[in-house]
Write a protein that binds this ligand. Structure first.
Ligand code: PMV
Length: 324
């Protein structure tokens, strides 16, 4: 049996993080140059039923049976076996690698889950429909996040710009005119589960205030959708600034993120905001072809651990991402 390889992209949230957990809409896009990859091969040396998982990036070299039930990789594999009705798998080896930074708001957990799910199913000559892949990855996300909105697994499984609202069918966003963002990594590790949990505590203590903040974020998302679909992406800059201010009030920014956001604006970005769970991880800045290099350079000079330039365009219209 040949090796089966599958990969899945990183993602960024353009608008609406955190509020999306509370049923407001959000907009997310794939970042295709950063990817998680899973390779499944037959293991000719091991006894039947041995599933060996090898993920050097996280120092994992273990057998499936030795991992706890809630281990995200073990869970992804068990979910596929159960979905496909596989009770006695042959001996296989699953090797996982990823260029997506971990705990940085780029969906690394969901991307690994999607890649593992597809590669494992592929090994058994099965192609799981994208909606089911997304649902299975969501079950893995629950272990990572606690109360995930479902946006990560959806955008990563579909690999398209999406408008997402919890409990509603996902909508593919029509990108009338391509636009570019520079993604700046603060280098600060920030587990999503912690930021989401803190917001939940704050919301429990001050429900009125937080509901109002989430609604304001939701209004920005609606406006951003209109702007993207009508081909006036320059207007997204001011909306990013407004969304960032609301995320500061929600309590998920950090001095490092605020600093990088400010640096990007000073370097000519049309707007900037944190992206993802916040506290650390990434920020994004809306750039033009003329100022993209300046913004990327300014971010690197002022503390960004890494910068990626990505173009957002209608799916299927060419390579959409450039690493810088
Ligand atoms: O982008 P990440 O993986 O850091 O996820 C954060 C998105 C949140 O809205 C904060 C949580 C969620 O489940 O949508």
């Amino acid at each position: 049996m040949p090796a089966i390889v599958s990969s899945a992209p990183a993602k960024i949230i353009l608008f609406g993080e955190h509020a999306v957990v509370y049923s407001q809409p959000a907009i997310a896009v794939p970042v295709n140059t950063l990817r998680a990859k899973a390779v499944v091969t037959p293991d000719l040396e091991a006894g039947a039923g041995t599933v060996h998982i090898f993920a050097p990036g996280i120092d994992l070299d273990a057998k499936l049976d030795d991992l706890p039930q809630e281990h995200p990789l073990a869970l992804a594999i068990r979910l596929v076996f159960s979905y496909l009705g596989i009770t006695d798998p042959p001996a296989i080896r699953i090797r996982i690698s990823s260029s997506i930074p971990i705990a940085a708001g780029m969906g690394s957990g969901a991307a690994v889950a999607v890649a593992v799910i597809r590669a494992t199913a592929g090994f058994f000559n099965q192609k799981i429909p994208v909606k089911r892949v997304s649902e299975l990855a969501y079950e893995v996300e629950v272990v990572h996040h606690g109360t995930p909105s479902g946006i990560d697994n959806t955008v990563i499984a579909y690999e398209k710009p999406i408008y997402y609202q919890r409990g509603r069918p996902m909508q593919v966003l029509q990108v009338a005119l391509p636009f570019s963002v520079v993604i700046g990594d603060s280098g600060v590790i920030s587990p999503t589960v912690k930021a989401v949990g803190d917001v939940r505590n704050a919301w429990t203590e001050q429900p009125g205030l937080y509901e109002a903040l989430f609604e304001q974020v939701g209004e920005i998302v609606q406006l951003a959708r209109g702007v993207i679909e009508s081909g006036e992406p320059a207007r997204l800059g001011a909306l990013m600034d407004e969304n960032h201010a609301l995320l500061q009030q929600i309590g998920v920014s950090s001095p490092e993120l605020d600093h990088l956001v400010e640096i990007a604006r000073q370097a000519g970005a049309l707007g900037a905001k944190l992206s993802g769970a916040g506290r650390g991880g990434n920020m994004i800045a809306l750039v033009t072809p003329e100022n993209a290099q300046d913004v990327a350079h300014a971010l690197m000079e002022n503390g960004a651990a890494r910068v990626v330039h990505t173009e957002i365009r209608q799916p299927g219209t060419g390579d959409d991402s450039l690493e810088g």
